[in-house]
Design a protein around this ligand. Structure first.
Ligand SMILES: Cc1ncc(C[n+]2csc(CCOP(=O)(O)OP(=O)(O)O)c2C)c(N)n1
Ligand code: SF4
Ligand SMILES: [Mg+2]
Length: 308
């Protein structure tokens, strides 16, 4: 076990008084990222909760340059900024996108794909909190199957599986893409440092706690994030030129209900009539894990079933 003080941020770039809700993942993610990237960084922020958290101009939450941009165009804006810096001979400034899942899985996907295919020298961070949280919890294509959002009202819930964004970005043959959890800070910081030092289009997808959207206790944000990894709902892995590496294999895999039960967005599933949905989520999770093992060349070596 690594002592907590190992992860204390020594070079703080985020001012106190940010506008995030209690237990929000956005600021913690940006605190770690900015302490690693330093002040010579341009953050490109499409519409998302971080647009608000970062503060209205001229009040920056963050020591660094922030460019607010339209929802669909983060990757295009970052491409232009990178080209402009390169033209000035400035190779040292990092251009990084801070986007939500809505701005990535849905509306920003075309620009993302274009920039990734061109191999633009951009670091793309997606805080995946599984819905359009800033405008009141609407369903995105990252929203988990079974979750209630405000676009699935009156006892309804999302009935399609979330998009495999990591599979989509892997197909662009990126030099580096990885998933990260705020409950695994050593792994998160290592991946941020690795992504910082690679040239080309890099993408990190972070599991984003959101107490109002997930209907969770703000004090449990990190615990629920840890359970998402332990239940394999949010596996930690890296992709380098389509080569997958699994970074964390739970010693004793917990059933998905152990994570879902803390989230009010799934509470309607805990009835006799809906228990089959929980089984479907378990099966889908196990299947995705098996696919990851196969992609990492570990199929057959490790077959783990959820404990009863
Ligand atoms: C073209 C366009 N449509 C809708 C909006 C309204 N809008 C602003 S933020 C947001 C939600 C963003 O969701 P996500 O990208 O998941 O980020 P989160 O708020 O969850 O951090 C929406 C719908 C907008 N700004 N521009
Ligand atoms: S709604 Fe969710 S993502 Fe937005 S600031 Fe609050 S906790 Fe963070
Ligand atoms: Mg979101």
């Amino acid at each position: 076990m690594i002592p907590v003080h190992e992860f204390l941020i020594k070079d703080e770039k985020v001012f106190s008084g940010a506008l995030g809700c209690r237990g929000c993942g956005w600021s913690l993610l940006v605190r770690h990222l900015s302490s690693i990237l330093g002040e010579n960084t341009v953050y490109v922020v499409p519409a998302c909760c971080f647009s608000i958290i970062s503060g209205p101009y001229p009040l920056n939450e963050l020591k660094g340059n922030i460019v607010h941009t339209v929802f669909a165009a983060a990757s295009a804006t970052a491409t232009g900024l990178r080209a402009s810096l390169d033209r000035q001979g400035n190779k040292d400034t990092t251009v990084v996108i801070l986007a939500g899942d809505g701005g990535t899985f849905d509306i920003g996907l075309q620009a993302l794909s274009g920039a990734a295919a061109r191999g633009e020298n951009i670091l793309y961070i997606v805080n995946n909190n599984g819905a359009y949280m800033n405008t009141g919890i609407q369903t995105s294509t990252a929203t988990p199957y079974g979750a209630v959002t405000t676009t699935n009202p009156n006892g309804e819930f999302k009935r399609t599986w979330p998009k495999d964004l990591m599979g989509i970005v892997a197909a662009h043959n990126l030099p580096y893409a990885a998933t990260c959890s705020l409950a695994h800070l050593q792994d998160l910081r290592r991946k941020m440092e690795k992504a910082r030092d690679i040239t080309g289009f890099r993408l990190l997808m972070v599991d984003g706690p959101c107490p109002p959207g997930h209907k969770t206790d703000p004090a449990l944000s990190i615990s629920v994030a840890r359970l998402a990894v332990e239940t394999k709902l949010f596996p930690l892995f890296e992709i380098e030129r389509q080569h997958y590496t699994l970074n964390y294999i739970p010693e004793k895999v917990l059933p998905v209900v152990e994570c879902l039960k803390y989230q009010g967005r799934f509470k309607h599933l805990f009835t006799d009539e809906s228990s089959y949905i929980l089984e479907e989520i378990q099966e889908h999770t196990d299947r995705y894990w098996q696919q990851l093992l196969a992609r990492a060349g570990m199929a057959g070596a490790l077959v783990q079933e959820a404990a009863p």
